[in-house]
Write a protein that binds this ligand. Structure first.
Ligand SMILES: *Cc1c(COP(=O)(O)O)cnc(C)c1O
Length: 402
């Protein structure tokens, strides 16, 4: 690493997977905000002026038509799908590899998630696979940006146009990512960000936003997040809504933290660049990093593919490095979602990814020494295994680029 170190921590201390001290530097401000909001004359704790300012600030910085803050990223998906008119009998095409809300949000509306296989290297939904799953009942395409790579949004936009479908981007982890000059979340008609603690713009609690290019979706989501009311008149319920409102303390805290976001994302990107540079020579030996470069990239976690994933994970743990497996099984293999699987459907790339994927720590507060220790430990694992690895673990085909 050649960039700045943010502390003097040595690599000897255990490196946790998520940043343990993420809010330490902002604690005094957080306590000030709690006192200010708690002691304010208006006693307004949800959907007040601070939430409004937070929404406007994000909207301006993104160039979005509207930004609507709500209770969580999951809720943002449900509200947006509802605003898009998804309901019983409809199908939504989602990636076979990803987190539960991708499927659960659809099921909650009485609609059916249809799972498309992923690109074997970038692990995001493959547009050609998504197209194969479009039927007369399909209403929405819902690709998700995963791990460190954005989905192929130009292809999804073309696909949605070709089939007359709505396009919702699950950009929960991709805040700050940009592809061809367009921010993640604004490729489709709507996107979402999650602010749960561990996400790139995480906060000490639950929350999320819907970001949209479509004023009508914004208007509907605003009503849906607050029991179907329009914000002008209480107890007039235009539609059946939800309780998915945003907290004033969190809004003020996120406004305080927003100016530092770009710097933190840059530090994550620099760490990811370094890992990729160190790991590219290992591809033939069964450890494959994500594609290099910054275009269409996000750095929520840094996921590599390892043939001997569990052994690598143990090796890292033995050397003080915590890792995560996102996700140990494809969504359609989850008991909760198996009932929605169409007979004969297969997701070989999602299955393979769930066997090989391993996420390394990539947060902004990692010191250069820690980052080097993590990379050294992965390289050391490959060096020890190489005699076997060469013959037995060919690199995957690299024909598909993000
Ligand atoms: C975290 C996440 C969500 C859900 O966000 P919450 O705020 O935790 O509800 C949805 N989709 C993806 C891809 C996520 O990573």
């Amino acid at each position: 690493m050649t960039s700045q170190a943010t502390g003097t921590t040595t690599a000897e201390r255990r490196i946790t997977f998520f940043q343990p001290d993420v809010f330490d530097g902002d604690r005094a401000t957080l306590l000030d905000i709690i006192r200010e909001v708690g002691g304010s004359a208006g006693q307004r704790f949800i959907l007040g002026d601070r939430t409004g300012e937070f929404e406007r600030t994000l909207r301006r910085s993104l160039g979005a038509e509207d930004v609507v803050a709500c209770g969580s990223g999951t809720s943002a998906l449900v509200l947006t799908l509802t605003a898009m008119g998804v309901g019983a009998g409809d199908e939504v095409v989602a990636p076979a590899f990803g987190c539960a809300p991708l499927a659960a949000s659809v099921v909650h509306l009485g609609a059916t998630p249809v799972f498309a296989d992923i690109d074997p290297w970038t692990m995001v939904a493959d547009p050609a696979e998504a197209e194969r799953h479009i039927t007369a009942r399909t209403r929405v395409l819902m690709p998700a940006h995963m791990f460190s790579v954005m989905a192929d949004m130009p292809a999804f936009v073309a696909l949605a146009e070709r089939h007359g479908l709505r396009l919702l981007e699950d950009s929960a982890v991709a805040q700050g990512a940009v592809l061809k000059g367009i921010p993640a979340g604004l490729w489709g008609e709507a996107g979402i960000y999650s602010f749960v603690q561990v996400k790139s713009f995480g906060m000490p609690g639950e929350g999320g936003v819907v970001v949209t290019r479509d004023a009508e979706i914004g208007r509907r989501v605003r009503m849906l997040r607050n029991h179907g009311q329009d914000g002008r008149r209480r107890f007039l319920h235009h539609v059946i809504g939800h309780n998915s409102r945003f907290d004033e303390i969190q809004a003020a805290f996120q406004l305080h933290r927003l100016p530092g976001l770009a710097g933190r994302l840059e530090r994550r990107a620099a760490i990811a660049d370094y890992y990729t540079e160190r790991f590219e020579p290992l591809a033939d030996a069964g450890v494959v990093p994500p594609p290099r470069g910054r275009e269409g990239r996000c750095y929520y976690v840094y996921s590599l593919l390892a043939t001997e994933r569990d052994a690598l994970r143990e090796h890292l743990a033995a050397h003080g490095v915590d890792t995560h497996v996102y996700y140990p099984r494809p969504l359609p293999r989850q008991p909760a979602f198996a009932p929605y699987v169409r007979p004969g459907d297969r997701w070989p790339h999602a299955e393979e990814a769930s066997r090989r994927i391993l996420a390394l720590p990539v947060y902004a507060h990692l010191t250069d020494a820690q980052v080097e220790h993590i990379a050294d430990t992965v390289c050391d694992f490959v060096r020890r295994r190489r005699p076997v690895g060469r013959a037995a673990h060919p690199a995957p085909a690299r024909g598909v680029s993000p």
